[in-house]
Design a protein around this ligand. Structure first.
Ligand SMILES: [Zn+2]
Ligand SMILES: [Zn+2]
Length: 171
């Protein structure tokens, strides 16, 4: 099985309104098929994340929401993100303390807790979601020697993206 690689958009253009609503409709249908409900608020948080080119911190989304609706409780955004993560429509990248839209489109994760591997560029912050079960399993197996009982789930790898490697260092 070959990995499917696609950039999770940290540096790509803002999606068109048609693209955003297509993604939202698809997410809603996916949730419905799983017996879950993409409520108006959850849908809006996903929309805001898409409008931020697929990657944002929770407080950015909270700001966006506040601009549209006035005061918003901090838990509002977190609860919506929590749901979106359960549905694997969104993933959290701990390294950057941010949230990214899943890049599996139109084919979603097969099951709700499929492991993800995130390649994070230390310089520009671009996040690339990679799906390579063999690599994830290999890491899990290798860990059994060093850390028996530790179960690898989501993996984040820090490095430099191709663009940053060929760009002159800025400072
Ligand atoms: Zn994903
Ligand atoms: Zn980079």
């Amino acid at each position: 099985m070959s990995p499917t690689n696609a950039s999770t958009n940290a540096s790509s253009a803002r999606p068109s309104p048609a693209e955003v609503s297509r993604r939202l409709d698809r997410a809603e249908a996916l949730c419905a098929a799983r017996g879950a409900q993409l409520t108006a608020l959850r849908r809006e948080v996903l929309e805001l994340l898409l409008l931020r080119q697929g990657s944002a911190k929770a407080y950015d989304l909270q700001d966006d929401l506040r601009q549209r609706h006035g005061r918003v409780a901090p838990t509002t955004v977190y609860r919506a993100l929590e749901f979106l993560m359960e549905q694997q429509l969104v993933h959290r990248v701990d390294t950057l303390n941010c949230f990214v839209v899943c890049n599996l489109d139109p084919q979603p994760h097969d099951h709700p807790h499929e492991h993800t591997m995130m390649l994070v560029c230390s310089r520009c912050g671009q996040v690339t979601e990679v799906h390579d079960p063999a690599a994830t399993e290999a890491i899990g197996r290798a860990l059994q020697t060093d850390a028996p009982g530790f179960r690898a789930m989501d993996i984040e790898i820090k490095g430099l993206c191709a663009a940053c490697q060929s760009a002159p260092a800025s400072s």
